[in-house]
Design a protein around this ligand. Structure first.
Ligand code: C2E
Ligand code: MG
Ligand code: MG
Length: 578
């Protein structure tokens, strides 16, 4: 059949159908919605929807195809009333007078849906020529409750202009930027700017094309809101179910973000017996027989680990009647596990635990191989990893601040010490409230506690928006907090803290207003309420600085900040005097 005839048949007989891919909330681990993706029947020559839509465009038949695809998407959708249906549209279709006519409303309501359940994903493969017009059209649909996403952000097309002009509700980040995000610093920084700016613009981010657990964990840590990809669910005609392992991973990450101490897996590395990959199996078996407490050995090629052989697996191979003679003279690479879990020493124990426990049952308890710059450092057993996590949790609960749950002094000292040892630049923000005593006297302790909690929240939010995943917020006590960050723009971080504080603090005054408050000595001070003073100490850390130096420097800044009315930050650099 000629291509065009086939295309016409697809349309006339309505042969195309829709598959749905789940979009998962990285806050709750639940399904937030589905993206509808169009498919031609298996026998069709249009194997990819990209071909199909491109062909339709070339033939001037795009409107027809898009309309049918939209209707099919809604008809087949199995979304609940609180879930969203993401429907792809190409930017051309906006000019179609038939686009979302009243009839769509009927189709929607027949399927128990309303416009607010629908998000239109606009692809920019073919660029939008007239933004003013596009914006007008989209505004029209927005008023009816539909929402807008810019699709494939970060891909080759210039989606930044579309984002700026159309101010979407969602940005879908293209797979090209998500793939290997855990290994690629450049991608991480680009994504960080998306996170910051999305937060400022009140836009939600959806990461596309997640295939690996490590990517999922990294994205969760970075504060991306939603995720989609084969790992979480392939496009299907059925309703998606998210594997409990991933929901768990997402949940654990959230807990980790809320102040838990981070311990690196490198600390758990225990020595392990190593064999070269060309060692005879009989030699490994002899060793294992003589060393009853050897649970497994690592196989290397040079310094690089290339496999793992667990004791049980070794003896299973050698168990059969003829197996020993069959295998014993062959080399160990034949029977080793050639894709064991290998992690870098710097990875957080919690993260490794998620990856280890996500393995399938038959190798769930295999040793985890730890490397340092690609070379073997040692191994950790799953038992050691889980014990370590239990200890961290118990320790954190014991020394966290009981009001805010944030790490307390002990953890703060430890974190500062660690940063100094790392010898990488970082900065410390000391935050405290001005006139908190006055507030407490006037509104009572309970409200005071709420204001403290609020301050803890906004500091964490500012870090999430402008900081890096490894940043830290601690609660020194009372109305004193500390943030330790490696963000590249510390001043921006302080501005963000102040902005967020000022934005919400009014709520605590129950509509009251005044011209002055009282300082600690009871004297009147002109101010319209509690303000936030920040001291920013930027540590270059190219030399030995001490925790005392940092806190003394901060104390000096604090005096200046306090002498200044209103929320303010003061900053200084701390580095070795040469
Ligand atoms: P898209 O909107 O960016 O959709 C995501 C694509 O990524 C889908 O490909 C999906 O199957 C694929 N994908 C999802 N998770 C993963 C993953 O983990 N790894 C990899 N490698 N791929 C993943 P699909 O279904 O082939 O669709 C391709 C494109 O065709 C879509 O890209 C969209 O632009 C377009 N398209 C599909 N259906 C429609 C439609 O009804 N209308 C319009 N206008 N375009 C559509
Ligand atoms: Mg899409
Ligand atoms: Mg996309």
């Amino acid at each position: 059949m000629e291509k065009n005839t086939e295309f016409q048949t697809l349309i006339e007989q309505q042969l195309i159908y829709t598959v749905y891919q789940p979009i998962v909330s990285l806050q709750s681990g639940e399904i937030y919605g589905y993206e509808a993706l169009t498919r031609a029947p298996g026998t069709s020559r249009f194997t990819s929807p990209v071909d199909l839509f491109q062909f339709a465009e070339e033939q001037g038949e795009l409107y027809k195809l898009e309309k049918l695809a939209r209707e099919k998407a809604i008809q087949g959708a199995k979304v609940n009333a609180d879930q969203l249906l993401f429907i792809n549209i190409s930017s051309h279709v906006l000019h179609d007078p038939q686009f979302v006519p009243g009839k769509t409303l009927d189709v929607l309501s027949r399927h128990g849906l309303q416009p607010h359940n629908v998000v239109f994903e606009i692809t920019e493969r073919s660029s939008i020529e007239d933004f003013t017009l596009a914006k007008q059209i989209l505004e029209h649909y927005r008023k009816q409750g539909y929402r807008i996403a810019i699709d494939d952000a970060g891909a080759g097309y210039s989606s930044l202009q579309a984002i700026a002009e159309l101010q979407p509700d969602f940005i879908k980040i293209d797979r090209s930027l998500i793939e290997n995000i855990h290994k690629n610093k450049m991608k991480e920084y680009i994504l960080e700017t998306f996170v910051t700016f999305a937060q400022k613009m009140n836009i939600s981010l959806v990461a596309e094309g997640i295939e690996h657990m490590e990517e999922l964990i990294q994205l969760t840590r970075m504060g991306i809101h939603y995720a989609q990809g084969y790992l979480l669910g392939k496009p299907s005609i059925k309703k998606g179910v998210i594997d409990a392992r991933y929901m768990n991973a997402i949940g654990q990450n959230q807990r980790l973000q809320s102040g838990g101490a981070i311990c690196s897996i490198g600390n758990l590395a225990a020595p392990v017996k190593v064999f070269d990959h060309k060692t005879l199996i009989s030699e490994v078996a002899d060793y294992a027989k003589k060393n009853q407490d050897c649970t497994g050995v690592v196989i290397t090629n040079g310094m690089v680990p290339v496999g793992l052989l667990m004791r049980d697996q070794l003896f299973q191979h050698l168990a059969g009647q003829y197996a020993y003679s069959l295998f014993s003279n062959r080399t160990v690479d034949l029977i080793m596990d050639a894709s064991p879990l290998i992690v870098d020493e710097g990875m957080a124990v919690e993260q490794v635990s998620q990856m280890a426990t996500a393995r399938s049952n038959h190798n769930l308890y295999d040793l985890v191989i730890i490397t340092s710059e690609g070379k073997l450092l040692g191994t950790a057993s799953v038992r050691a990893i889980l014990e370590c996590i239990t200890n961290i949790r118990m320790e954190s609960a014991r020394i966290a601040n009981p009001l805010t749950g944030l790490p307390g002094n002990q953890q703060i000292q430890r974190e500062l010490g660690k940063r100094i040892m790392d010898r990488k630049p970082f900065h410390v923000v000391y935050a405290d409230l001005d006139y908190f005593k006055w507030f407490n006297d006037r509104f009572g302790f309970q409200r005071g506690d709420q204001l403290i909690q609020y301050t803890a929240d906004i500091l964490q939010q500012a870090i999430a928006a402008c900081g890096t995943p490894r940043d830290f917020v601690g609660h020194v006590g009372g109305d004193d907090f500390i943030a330790i960050s490696s963000s590249l723009q510390p001043e921006l971080l302080c501005q963000e803290m102040i902005r967020r504080f000022e934005q919400g603090v009014q709520v605590f005054y129950e509509g009251e207003e005044w011209d002055f408050v009282r300082d600690r000595s009871g004297a009147e001070v002109p101010s319209d309420g509690v303000t936030l003073s920040l001291s920013l100490v930027v540590c270059r850390c190219d030399s030995a600085i001490t925790v005392e130096q940092i806190s003394q420097t901060a104390a000096g800044l604090k005096k200046q900040a306090k002498a200044h009315h209103g929320s303010v930050y003061f900053m200084t650099y701390l580095h070795e005097s040469v």
